[in-house]
Ligand binder design. Structure first.
Ligand code: PA5
Length: 504
């Protein structure tokens, strides 16, 4: 039997765009009409007055919060309030879209071009803010099976892998298997330079690279870390690795537009100038204090009103497999910034329809403590038509109308649940993304960054620190008997031995 051929399908448009990017084709992202046709929007239709809910969110709730939101926004713009980490105001990401220069972006592109053209596979090592945005953006803008495509189909980019975000030896080993026989370049990203998961993966990979290429391995290793301090900075000086600095005044989860994100994205041949333009476009939109015209302010007010009304879980659901990573990025941005002093909403990233058949029953009829935010992709890269069937035994011929394809049907995967869940007393809002492009990604990231910063002011605490994350890191160091943590390790082990150790 011969292998299957895709009879009746045109070229995959995602692959086409990957190839076109490699040939220098660009979206006209500086043109006003292109920008406005790629503007993301926020729809609050289903937020208010959920019908059977005595604590539903009303328009008045939002109007009442508006003055606090505007005040917070004014403070944020002036770098005022509880925003420092170690004495440094952590709001450098705010003005970054206008400070980042074309020259800098070109330098990053040329460094990426220089490494990318020498290697078969690229590994990005990092965790949390040093990882999630890169993977989210890469997945959002590339083919689902990127690494299985030919180099030409990938738009001349190397294969892309991620390590250092967990310590599962099977995942690590399986990834190493994928690198076998290939020329591998790596970018290790860690602001502190001490995060255990990333540091271990880096040591293992560095060791393999050095065994293969000796001293020349240094040309395949790029380090993104603090500009002056830390173990990674010192190691880079010692070994002669090329480094990219992470600005002091930008924390991990706000760092996707810094070299943290830009280098990996440029390796994947994503247009980082277009990406930066999306940030800048949303910055201009969100600079205004006019509450009803500013999506970040409205978004922050809606979420805060929901939280005050007892909504403790935010489902962030998308109808786009490639955009699922954006929901995962939000899963970090919001809880890591809001989860202080017993406050904050748990963010649950979800892919619809899949999750509707897992937790849809709970969303519709379970405990009414849920807010839902949809990330709705309007126009997928590809259109797949449903074929007409003369027997129609499956009853699907009603969908085979002119112009009806899975692209348009998949919008109903958001529109249907938005309405049904509203009737089930789950207030929700829809963020519409016109298309999968770097510009839209820049827009949504910046919109969310402003929103979560405002949320910090509304909740009354600093959204730019994460002492809770530090606690787990220290507990791990202690349990691993890291030098300097022996006393704490003994204390923890003693405490655990006195707990009700029930194990069957
Ligand atoms: O947002 C944050 O600050 C964190 O998620 C960090 O990015 C994460 O803990 C990784 O830290 P580092 O870059 O120091 O390895």
């Amino acid at each position: 039997m011969q292998g299957m051929k895709l009879i009746g399908f045109k070229e995959n448009k995602t692959i086409k765009m990957q190839k076109e990017r490699a040939n220098g084709k660009k979206n006209p992202f500086n043109e006003a009409s292109w920008q406005s046709s790629n503007r993301i929007s926020l729809d609050l239709t289903y937020l208010f007055d959920t019908p059977g809910d005595s604590s539903s969110i009303t328009l008045k709730d939002i109007e009442d919060i508006a003055p606090q939101v505007i005040k917070a926004h004014k403070m944020l713009k002036k770098d005022q309030g509880d925003i420092c980490d170690d004495g440094i105001p952590m709001t450098g990401w705010q003005t970054l879209p206008e400070e980042i220069t074309p020259t800098h972006l070109e330098e990053i592109q040329s460094a990426a071009q220089s490494l990318g053209s020498q290697i078969d596979a690229f590994v990005s090592l990092g965790i949390g803010g040093s990882y999630l945005g890169i993977e989210a953006t890469w997945r959002a803008l590339t083919h689902t099976y990127f690494n299985q495509l030919s180099r030409n189909e990938r738009g001349n980019a190397p294969e892309i892998y991620f390590l250092g975000q967990n310590m599962d030896p099977d995942y690590l080993r399986d990834t190493l298997d994928m690198l076998q026989g290939k020329i591998v370049g790596i970018n290790v990203i860690s602001k502190s330079g001490t995060t255990t998961e990333t540091a271990i993966a880096f040591r293992i990979l560095r060791n393999v690279l050095e065994k293969n290429w000796g001293h020349a391995a240094k040309d395949l290793i790029y380090v993104t870390t603090d500009a002056t301090r830390g173990a990674l900075k010192n190691l880079s000086k010692e070994k002669g690795y090329k480094t990219f600095p992470i600005p002091d005044n930008i924390g991990g989860r706000f760092s996707i537009l810094t070299d943290v994100g830009l280098f990996g994205l440029a390796i994947a041949n994503i247009d980082i100038k277009e990406f930066a333009a999306g940030f800048k476009y949303m910055r201009n939109i969100t600079m205004v204090d006019d509450f009803w015209k500013n999506p970040s302010l409205l978004h922050a007010a809606a979420r805060h009103a929901a939280w005050l009304k007892g909504k403790k879980i935010e489902i962030v659901a998308t109808n786009s497999v490639p955009l699922y990573g954006v929901a995962r990025w939000m899963e970090q941005l919001f809880p890591e910034s809001e989860g202080h002093s017993g406050h904050g909403m748990w963010v649950s990233p979800s892919l619809y329809s899949e999750k509707l058949h897992a937790n849809g029953q709970m969303v519709q009829q379970g405990e009414r403590n849920i807010l839902e935010t949809f990330i709705m992709l309007q126009e997928h890269d590809n259109t797949v038509t449903i074929p007409h069937d003369k027997d129609n035994i499956d009853g699907l011929n009603y969908l085979v109308k002119k112009g009806q394809d899975i692209n348009s049907i998949n919008r109903k995967v958001i529109e249907g649940p938005a309405y049904a869940h509203y009737l089930g007393d789950v207030p929700n809002m829809i963020i519409e993304i016109p298309r999968r492009n770097a510009f839209s990604l820049g827009e949504i990231y910046y919109m969310m960054e402003i929103s979560v910063a405002i949320s910090g002011y509304l909740l009354g605490h600093n959204p730019f620190i994460q002492p809770g994350v530090e606690d787990y890191k220290k507990a791990m160091f202690a349990l691993l008997d890291k030098p300097g943590f022996e006393k704490k390790g003994k204390e923890i082990k003693d405490k655990i031995s006195k707990m009700k150790n029930i194990k069957i």
